[in-house]
Design a protein. Structure first.
Length: 230
């Protein structure tokens, strides 16, 4: 089954997927502020401890905690997947984390210079949507239960680097435009570190599409979209 063109909207339809008495829910809220990885904090909180979390982290902890409680009370097994910045074909520019890639590809194909917020040092852990879809399929078929997994690339990529990759892949010679950095509900990060080791060990999952290849696919999709529209 090919997953290279699966959109994030399609993935959301897999949320709360019940298969053979198993509940699978999608996280989508794995992120970190001030350079702090939430991996240890999530495990600590789910074990009954206390920790300081940002709003999206609290939602993730609550969701996994409720799923664990339901498993203990009713025997409904669960698997939770925690995403970082998912990107890929058919993504809209309103996406909170991966939208900048879509915007950059669109601008370059229109012959407009790409935009960098501030100095472009802010980073994300970008994971391609096809890799995320494959993680969902592996989780649904796996016998593993009662676990949460980071579905991440494990690589911190700056916004400046995203623009460099997209500009080179598009063949453009345009210089980027810098605009003031606006702090939103997701504060900019300059250092993150997420581990995918548990997903590799228990699910056999690792990302297969690099950020360079993923952006090339995005550019091809933008081209195809424009041809169809014409």
């Amino acid at each position: 089954m090919s997953t290279s063109g699966v959109s994030r909207t399609s993935l959301r339809r897999l949320a709360c997927k019940v298969s053979r008495g198993r509940l699978q829910f999608l996280g989508g809220g794995l992120w970190s502020s001030r350079g702090r990885s939430d991996r240890r904090g999530l495990s600590y909180a789910l074990a009954g401890g206390t920790a300081s979390f940002d709003p999206l982290q609290r939602k993730q902890v609550l969701g996994e905690g409720l799923a664990r409680l339901y498993q203990e009370l009713h025997g409904m097994e669960f698997v939770a997947l925690r995403y970082t910045a998912v990107y890929g074909e058919r993504q809209h520019r309103r996406a909170v984390m991966g939208g900048h890639i879509a915007e950059t590809c669109e601008r370059l194909r229109r012959g407009e210079p790409p935009i960098i917020d501030g100095g472009g040092e802010q980073v994300q852990d970008y994971v391609y949507v096809g890799d995320v879809a494959r993680a969902n399929l592996l989780a649904m078929e796996s016998a593993v239960a009662g676990e949460g997994f980071n579905i991440v690339s494990g690589v911190a990529t700056s916004q400046k680097r995203i623009v460099e990759i997209a500009t080179e892949a598009s063949g453009s010679t345009l210089d980027p435009i810098h605009r003031p950095l606006v702090v939103t509900r997701l504060p900019p990060m300059t250092k993150i570190r997420f581990s995918r080791e548990k997903a590799r060990r228990l699910l056999g999952w690792e990302p297969q599409v690099s950020i360079e290849e993923g952006i090339s696919r995005m550019l091809r999709w933008v081209d195809e979209k424009h041809v169809t529209a014409a």
